[in-house]
Design a protein. Structure first.
Length: 104
């Protein structure tokens, strides 16, 4: 098993804390009662689950997961680079068209 560096541990800790904060903030917006109702459990079950939330969020961070709202569009770095390349090519072509039309 490979040992994690102190920097990796600190990054994981900070990311886990951010994830936990996001979950708690969203839970406050939705309410424990509503979340519990959607899950078919009692609000006290949600309350007890919050006790282990920090460890769960640390695990998510260690595994490289992030949270995203259900209506978010999530992409990977490779797809983002491809989109930027396509946008750049379109902008270059559009600029060249503009320059050609100005010289006429």
């Amino acid at each position: 098993m490979q040992q994690s560096s102190a920097d990796q541990v600190e990054i994981t800790r900070k990311t886990g804390a951010r994830l936990q904060s996001e979950v708690l903030q969203r839970l406050a917006e939705v309410t424990q009662e509503r979340a519990a109702d959607c899950m078919g459990v009692s609000a006290s079950t949600i309350s007890r689950a919050k006790e282990d939330l920090d460890k769960f969020c640390q695990m998510l961070a260690a595994l490289g997961f992030q949270l995203a709202p259900v209506d978010a569009v999530v992409t990977n770095q490779e797809d983002l680079r491809a989109l930027k390349r396509m946008a750049m090519q379109w902008l270059q072509a559009d600029l060249e068209r503009d320059l050609r039309s100005q010289t006429r």
